[in-house]
Design a protein around this ligand. Structure first.
Ligand code: AMP
Ligand code: TRP
Length: 334
């Protein structure tokens, strides 16, 4: 705990030039609500991103852009620690040590490793394999109490807990054992692809119309929603089997703040065309001020630099304390 507040840590990889609407509604938008109640640390996890081949100039651009997107979405640099993972060398340092406390059998079970190595058979590198250990280091360095992550990251968080517990048992209490942060109500809902509404909305969607990006132009957002796959009925309601409509209702209710029931009532007796247009416009309207703030921030590189420099200093001083403790415990001369 820092200042009696529980510590929250989370991060997103800078692996594209814009986060998706899924990242925003499932993660960033909820982080904004946590910043007063918790001591929050949000990282742009560039070291995770290189487990997949990145073009260097593009990675640099994406990293700065993701920091600007954090701020544009409402994360306050005065209230939170925001930093770039590779600026704090303790992530790599602790990760090595924790590698020696992680079993290959545990890593072999990680479903993300299996998925990603299938997707990139030409580059199944050791970093991709030990990625969950780096993620455990990210979390454990800051004595994190709570980690807001989506369902896809639960397995990695479980591993971080197991590693922390194992180390604590061997060497006496060293790490806080982190819990998953479960958002209130239906916040953090999983947003599905507009084209394949049974699959998660993801930047790697094979159909570019399946995914909305935070920085998409309003006309592109509206076009993508208009083309969203729905069903052959004509009733706007939330019901099992209506994956496309259910997803649009979730999106609409999250961006407008209305409940799904209110949304359904609003569109009773109206066609899918009308409904889709309203959803597209609501999303575009919701993202407009965020995009404006983003454009301003990207014109102010000095400010962004001041944020990540200050963030790295604060993160460094916490991380260094943990690593010193760990080094002593394992028997390094310090
Ligand atoms: P990723 O881009 O997969 O690294 O995810 C970064 C964060 O965004 C994680 O907390 C994910 O759980 C969340 N996230 C990614 N895609 C979605 C989605 N379609 N719906 C909800 N949350 C998502
Ligand atoms: N692995 C996470 C993802 O792909 C990103 C991440 C890295 C993370 N380190 C973290 C999330 C620590 C939470 C805490 O989404």
């Amino acid at each position: 705990m820092i200042n009696d507040k529980k510590v929250i840590f989370s991060g997103i990889q800078p692996s594209s030039d814009s986060v998706t609407l899924g990242n925003y509604l499932g993660a960033l938008k909820n982080w904004v609500t946590l910043q007063d109640e918790y001591s929050c640390i949000f990282s742009v996890v560039d070291m995770h991103a290189i487990t997949v081949r990145q073009e260097p100039a593009q990675l640099r651009k994406n990293t700065l852009s993701l920091l600007a997107q954090y701020i544009a979405c409402g994360l306050d640099a005065e209230k939170n620690i925001m930093f770039i993972q590779s600026h704090v060398p303790q992530h790599a340092e602790l990760s090595w040590i924790l590698n020696c406390f992680t079993q290959m059998g545990e890593l072999n079970r990680m479903t993300q490793f299996k998925d990603k190595s299938q997707k990139h058979p030409e580059n199944i590198n050791a970093g991709l394999y030990t990625y969950p250990v780096l993620m455990a280091a990210d979390i454990l360095l800051y004595q994190t109490d709570l980690v807001p992550v989506g369902a896809d990251q639960k397995q990695h968080l479980e591993l971080a807990r197991d590693i922390a517990h194992r180390f604590n048992t061997l060497y006496s209490d060293t790490f806080v054992v982190p819990d998953a942060y479960i958002p209130a109500k239906n916040a953090g809902a999983k947003i599905m692809s507009l084209q394949t509404p049974t699959a998660k909305m993801s930047k790697s969607d094979p159909n570019p119309n399946g995914c909305i990006f935070l920085l998409d132009k309003p006309e592109d957002i509206i076009r993508k929603v208009k083309r969203a796959v729905t069903d052959s009925e004509a009733e706007v309601c939330y019901r099992e089997g209506k994956d496309g409509i259910n997803n649009l209702l979730t999106i609409y209710s999250t961006v407008t703040g209305k409940s799904v029931d209110e949304a359904v009532a609003e569109f009773t007796g109206r066609g899918y065309g009308d409904f889709k247009l309203a959803v597209g416009e609501a999303v575009a309207e919701h993202l407009r001020p965020i995009q404006e703030r983003y454009d301003d921030l990207m014109k102010n590189k000095d400010y962004l630099e001041s944020v990540y420099k200050k963030g790295a200093e604060s993160a460094f001083s916490i991380a260094r304390r943990t690593v010193t403790k760990v080094k002593k415990k394992v028997g390094f001369i310090i």
